[in-house]
Design a binder for this molecule. Structure first.
Ligand SMILES: Nc1ncnc2c1ncn2[C@@H]1O[C@H](COP(=O)(O)OP(=O)(O)O)[C@@H](O)[C@H]1O
Ligand SMILES: CC(=O)N[C@@H](CCC(=O)OP(=O)(O)O)C(=O)O
Length: 306
């Protein structure tokens, strides 16, 4: 005789078995692959979210995948700048960075947040080494120049963003050292100029550059939205470069989502197999993306996929 509860138990066991069967081919496919995971400041959320993130990353390493974490910390930088009463402004999602600001950015990113993530990974049973783009000159950067067309005169004007950098060269040597070890690298997006100048680099941009240089299999961009949303706020499972350009021009994609999308397009153009924007606040978002048939976030398609 079966009871209602044993029926429910059987269904649950079947559901677990289905999930495992769905995951197995991906486990094999991703053996030895490098996955660059961009962990955004908004995705960090509370301690439970940080613990779940760390567990997923450790699990990837345990099953033979090579996760490389590149983190942000925009909201945490803002909180520290507010405490220090240093005003901050943004152009196209990038923080205008003067001398005082770059000092705070480095302190918060390479100091506080980087070590918090390392600690969370180690608490989840993994080994992590926290570095910034300055270590071993991992991210050589140059000053980023932006131009804007003045709407009245139509003249191109240079916008000075201060010490905002763009990656010029990624020296992957240090990361290669970690590849066949049990160590998970955790990278703060701070770059170093030729003259030793510290540059504030958008974490999405840094993750994309590192993903491209490592020929990563996937670039996962963990943020605080379900994925890319259309004008009616509907979730889009995929978007092409043309969709993205149109949506940026129409203002449907704005703020911090702009560098995110630009990074993904650049990464897939440079050979990263898939770039995905997903909600890092959802428990085990990384596992849902990598080990399920339909994935979890918005995949940005390369030109050749169109
Ligand atoms: N079309 C869009 N779809 C989804 N999010 C968008 C869109 N346009 C702008 N955004 C904004 O982009 C934000 C994510 O970028 P950002 O705040 O820089 O996150 P992170 O700190 O994770 O890098 C979302 O919270 C959302 O407010
Ligand atoms: C130039 C620039 O804007 N740098 C970013 C770096 C941190 C970052 O990108 O953090 P999220 O990923 O959490 O947004 C900043 O100063 O906020």
């Amino acid at each position: 005789m079966t009871t209602a509860s044993s029926d429910a138990d059987t269904q649950e066991v079947h559901a677990i078995a289905r999930t495992l069967i769905e995951a197995l081919p991906y486990l094999r496919r991703y053996q030895g692959a490098v996955m660059v995971i961009k962990y955004g400041g908004h995705a960090m959320g509370d301690q439970t979210a940080a613990r779940d993130f760390a567990r997923d990353v450790v699990l990837l390493k345990q099953v033979g995948i090579n996760p490389v974490v590149v983190h942000g910390g925009g909201p945490q930088i803002k909180a520290m700048l507010d405490r220090l009463k240093i005003p901050s402004s943004f152009v196209d999602g990038l923080r205008v960075t003067d001398e005082a600001t770059v000092e705070v950015v480095e302190m918060v990113l390479a100091g506080k947040i980087n070590k918090e993530i390392v600690t969370a990974i180690q608490a989840a049973g993994g080994k992590a080494v926290g570095i910034s783009g300055k270590d071993s000159r991992l991210i050589e950067a140059r000053k980023l120049t932006r131009t804007r067309r003045d709407p009245e005169s139509s003249i191109e004007q240079v916008v000075d963003l201060g010490y905002v950098g763009e990656p010029e060269r990624i020296n992957t040597g240090l990361l290669e050292v970690f590849r066949n070890t049990d160590i998970i690298p955790v990278i703060a997006p701070v770059g170093v100029g030729e003259d030793g100048q510290t540059y504030n680099i958008n974490a999405d941009t840094a993750a994309g550059a590192i993903g491209g240089a490592l020929r990563a299999r996937k670039l996962l961009m963990l943020t605080d939205v379900r994925g890319v949303l259309d004008a009616e706020k509907r979730f889009l499972p995929t978007i092409t470069a043309d969709d993205a350009r149109r949506m940026i021009a129409e203002g449907v994609i704005s703020g911090g989502m702009i560098p995110k999308i630009e990074t993904c397009l650049d990464a897939v153009d440079r050979g990263v197999e898939a770039a995905v924007i997903l909600d890092g606040r959802v428990p085990h978002a990384i596992l849902l993306e990598l080990f399920t048939e339909h994935g979890f976030g918005t995949q940005i398609l390369a030109a050749s996929n169109r």
